[in-house]
Ligand binder design. Structure first.
Ligand SMILES: Nc1nc2c(ncn2[C@@H]2O[C@H](COP(=O)(O)OP(=O)(O)O)[C@@H](O)[C@H]2O)c(=O)[nH]1
Ligand SMILES: [Mg+2]
Length: 168
């Protein structure tokens, strides 16, 4: 049987734990930083690969700052599924709601992972209530077993990459 491929994009605010999650899932993950015009700002991306049985998962981390909408659009092209990573130690703000709406508009499967649940201040139930009815899972991006379980569970609900869509 041919290997199945999945492109998964991780969205989330700056500091949500995207780089940590991808690094935990793939210790060989690449963290790429590029300077924008004039060197005034840095756009950071993450890329990792995870093998789950026959399934090869390509993980892309998007820059979290508001002004990198263009980068999120490019990275999100052709994705098979999305992860919205939310820091469960902070209240949900407008930017997170914006990411949630953007992902919803793509009509692709997604899951909300509530991160930093190893922390005393984490309030996953409050975030879950905010996204009433959407599938959420409490994780810690630092915990390999839990992070992998969450990814495996999500991938199990997806169809593999068809090749009809542009790949990145
Ligand atoms: N306690 C705890 N800290 C975390 C977790 N995930 C990320 N962090 C910390 O949160 C900060 C931001 O994480 P980072 O991966 O850089 O966030 P990014 O901006 O979304 O890529 C770092 O100091 C991480 O060590 C977690 O699950 N638990
Ligand atoms: Mg990062």
């Amino acid at each position: 049987m041919a290997e199945e491929k999945y492109k998964i994009v991780v969205f989330g605010a700056f500091g949500a734990g995207k780089s940590t999650l991808i690094q935990t899932l793939d210790p060989q993950a690449k963290h790429i930083e590029a300077e924008c015009a004039g060197g005034s700002t840095t756009v950071a991306l993450d890329y990792g690969r995870v093998q789950i049985g026959e399934k090869r998962v390509y993980l892309y981390g998007t820059p979290g700052q508001e002004r990198f909408e263009f980068a999120r659009e490019i990275i999100g092209t052709g994705m098979d599924g999305a992860i919205l990573l939310v820091d469960a130690t902070s209240p949900v703000d407008e930017f997170i709601d914006h990411l949630y709406c953007s992902i919803g508009a793509e009509k692709i499967p997604f899951v909300i992972l509530l991160n930093k649940c190893d922390t005393v201040g984490a309030q996953p139930d409050a975030v879950k209530a905010h996204f009433n009815g959407v599938e959420t899972k409490a994780v810690s991006a630092k915990d390999r077993r839990g992070a992998r379980d969450a990814l495996e569970g999500f991938i199990g609900t997806l169809r593999p990459h068809t090749g009809n869509k542009p790949s990145a």
